[in-house]
Structure formats: structure tokens, C-alpha cells
Design a protein around this ligand. Sequence first.
Ligand code: C2O
Length: 639
Amino acid sequence: MALTLLRQLALATTLLTTAVIADVREYNFTVGWVDRNPDGFHERRVMGINGQWPIPTIFATVGDQVVVNLKNELGDRPCSLHFHGLYMNGTTHMDGVAQSTQCPIPANSSFTYSFNVTQPGTYWYHSHVDGQYPDGLRGPLIVHDPENPYADQYDEELVVTLSDWYHDEMPGLISSFLSVTNPTGAEPVPDSALMNDTQNLKIPVQPNKTYFIRVVNMAAFAAQYFWIEDHSFRIIELDGIYHKPTEASMIYVTAAQRYGILLTTKNDTDKNFPIVGSMDQDLFDAVPDGLNPNVTSYLMYNSAAPFPNATILEDAFEPLDDATLEPTDELALYEDPAISYTIDVKMDNLGDGANYAFFNDVTFVRPKVPTLYTVLTSGDLATDATIYGVNTHPLVLSHNQVVEIVLNNHDPGKHPFHLHGHAFQVLTRGDDDSGDWDVEAFRNGSVKYPTTPMRRDTLLVRPNGHFVIRFRSDNPGVWLFHCHIEWHVDSGLILTFIEAPLQLQQQLGGENGIPEDHFDACRAQDMPFQGNAAGNTVDLLDTTGFNVSPALLPDGFTPRGIVALTFSIVAGLLGVGVIVWYGLGEISTIEQQKEQQKINTFAKETGVVEVTGVDAAPAGHAVAGREKDVGYTAANEVK
Ligand code: C2O
């Protein structure tokens, strides 16, 4: 008896100590518009927080509880916050993904995010609604680690963010991207690159010191080559996972990736050195004249010394291959998977003429009911993928299994793929998308996967290449897997893992589950939050009313056909434009010229040789005729 009491006392003391150590980090964030001109070329409104932009960095220590009280004062649109890379174990409803784990937070309302931080490292947070984070709502999130194995190897920490930047706002860019007038799906090219949301920043450093630099790429689109002239560094962290120190002089940071590097400064202070970010122009379909793909900051040893221009040697881009790194914890290769998904990536046109992105012939369309709420209100049917809707691309996982993804990229573009709720092991990555490359060799053991594979949460697949990754389904939740190029989020390159739905019901079902303000967000916008993907609470297997993608193109309708169609439409528009031109003068003329330039470039690229403007219009009524046979629903509009 006495012993039990003693034990209880001891336990109570332990709990008390833990409670003292763990902090609550509370942030009050009012999201609203502010005017900024980060590249010095164009002032525009951006989404700030508490009147600030760049938005604040969220800091926490492992074990802390983070609380973000958000007020949406954007006035004209919803928002949300996703905490990129955090596992959110037990709190998938705080993952911040509109129509997956919550309803978007409507204008003029409040919403609280609250979660425990259980992992150290470099992360970031961003809106996960309507492709809007490139309008400014993205910032770093840093989790300090009392047990950092490299703590004794550095003196100070710095955060360096990379980003691309657009002078125009996302909604307009998205609608011209996802349009019949852009049948090849050419992504809008950024206007500039930024470092710490500015350019030519001077970062003071002292000689003979080691800095832990946390590099975060918060871009919409562009990966950046990153280097510091005349310095090399040691990589110790990839996306929050410690890796064994590896020397490098250049890294390639895709949108959404993070690198933690140790940089030791020189002995002498007579020079300053450019820190360079250079956008990977291979990603751009056409590089606009005058684009400066580079951004420079400085390691400032001496404020009185010159700040030399960066040297950019295009053929000297040889970044370190992240797949060669080994995690510090030496976590062994997971056992053979219980389930392996082969995922084929492609881009194609649908019946509305726009270009979409597909995983296994499915392009993502948001469900009417956030997927998490469908899980929580469907009982035993939660394991039946039907109820979530085909275009949510649901993959239902059992609890605690090894899951493998074999991804073949049939697109000539590079893509950074991100998985929510997990870091994954990278087993192999190659340059072949045929699907029969070497998978058999690996399966029968004649070629071996690494025994302690690199882990991260965002991974580049090369053009027409492949990768194989594994993770353990030990985190019940609704987790997206998607390309982190925001344009491809908008064109549907997303699928949804519904991980251990029955366990999830136990975690979050009932009274103590989802806080009421989450449902208030739905109520305020008349969004359903029960039942299947269409909100049917009676017959969950009835798929009526599900949001779906536009219909397929009729058989035999080729991209070339779309090109012809586009020309007839554009030519038609030009016809209208001429009339407007008489009324509006110069502005329309410039617009027309731009339009004509686009057509000409397009014609060159696609091999359609001659474009002769208005006279080339074969059939103005093709537009009307087209629209009729397209099953276009509001749900398919800009996500
Ligand atoms: Cu950075 Cu779906 O997230």
C-alpha cells in the first residue's frame, strides 16, 4: 500500500516536471492585406499577419504546445494554416487543409489551431486554401531541440528563406493557367526570386564561428540552387530529420524542402561573400525576356568592404544528391510493404480544354464534405473508399503497416512530391519512367535498397523519372500526397491517404474531438460537414452529387486539336478586342500585342507554323459549341 502511494507520488512529480518543461506557445495572428514591394520592381498587396510581412516565424521547442488564434481579416476570401512537415499525431484536424481536414476559415471569423510539437527541425507554415500561399501567407516554423546531437558543433542559428515571387495575385494567375487558352498547361513564370523575402540582404557574421543555417524554400513553383561563394558547408538536416554531416558546396532546394547546414566562417574579415539562390529555369516552359532568376544576399564579414556581384556559371550547377545522405538515427529500411501503390503521373487535357495533372488517370477535385468529417460520420463504412469520392483520390490504409509508393513520372517536368503527416524513406530514385525499370531487381534482391535510407517529407522526382518511398501508417489521419508546385495543386496532382480511419474515429469522434469553431467555419459558409463526400448522411454509398472533374476529351481529340480550338477562340477574342481597341486606345493595344506574342511563342513551340490573327479564325462559334458538350461544374473551377 505504502509502496503504491510512493509510486503515485513519484509519478505525480514526474508529470509535474514534464508539465513545467513543456511550454504553451501562443500566437495571435490577424491575417490581412498589406502593401509590399519585395523585389523593388512592383508594389502589390500581400497577405500579412498583424500588419507584418514577411509574416512572423513560429518558434517552439520539442514538447511544446503551439496555439495559433487566427482571425481572418482578408475581407474577401477564406484562408487556413497548414504546418508543413509536422506529423500532427492525434491532431489531423489541425493540419489545415481546406476540404480535407477542415472547412476553409471564412473572412471575418476566428479559428484556433492547437497541437503538440513532437519533432525537432526546420519547417514552415502556409495557407492550404485555393492555391493562395504565394500571395504571401507562408513563413518559417522552427522547432528547437534540447537534444540536438549537433548542438556542440555550432555557435549560432540563422534562418534563410528562399522564394519565387509574382507581381500578380494568384486567383487571376490560376484562372489563366487552368484555361482553354493554355492547353499545354504552361505554368506562370515567377517575376523574381527572393531571399528572406527581399534581395541584397546583408547578413552579418563573425569570423571563425559556425552557424547553423536553416534554409527553407517557400516557393510556389521554383526550386533554387543555393550556394555561398568560396564556402562549403555540412548538411545535417533534411526536412526536420537529422542526417550524418555531409560536405557540400551547392544544394538544390525544391519548393517546400528544407536543409539544415553548418557553415564555418573564415578567419579573416577583409571580404564579403555572395549567398546565391538561382531558380531552376528548366522548370519554366518559356523563360521571359529580362527575367533575373537569381537572388543574392551577403555573408557580411566587414561592412566597409565591397559587396561583389555574384558569379553565375550556368553549367556549374552540380548540387549534392540528397538521396545519398544517411539519417543520424540509422533507422533501418522498413520491412517489405503490406501494400505498394504504383502511381503514374501525367498531364493531359480534359473536355473543358484546360490542362490537368493526374495520378493514375484521376485528377483531384475537392469533396463537398471535408474528408476527415466523412471519416468521423460514416461508422464502419469509413474503410470504404467509395464514400470519399473518386476525385478525392482516396487510398484507405490499415493501421501500422508499411506502405510503399512507386511513382513513375511520365511528364518531362520535375516535381517535388510531399506527404502530409509523415517523413518517408527514399529507397531509390532514377531516370526511367517505363515502370519496368528495376523494380523486379529490387524485389528479388539482386539490387539492394539502402539499409538506412534517407528520410524527408518532400522529394524531387526527375523528368520522366521514378522514385520508390516507404512509410509506416502509424499516424491515423487524413493526409494529402501531392506535388508542391502550387500550379499542380491547382491542376489536381493530389491524392488523399485515409490512414487508419477506424482508429481515427476513436481518437477524434464524439465530444472531445473536433472543436466547435471548426464546425462554425462550415456553418458560416453553408458547407456540409457530415456524411459522404456529397453530404449524403442516409445512403453513404450513393455517389450522387459528388464533385467530379470535367469530362474526358472525346476520342481522337488531340492536343493539336486543342491548339486549333484555342486559336479559333483567341482569334475570336482578338476580333472582339479590335472593337474594344477603338474605344480604349493604348491599353488594349498592349494587351492585344501580348496576346499575339503568346500565340506566336505557342505556335513556335507546338509546331503550328502560321498564325495570321483574326483572319485565321475558322469558326467563331466553336467556342459556344464546345461549352455545350462540356460537363463543367462550379466544383471544377479554380481550387
Ligand atoms: Cu506544404 Cu500540402 O503542403
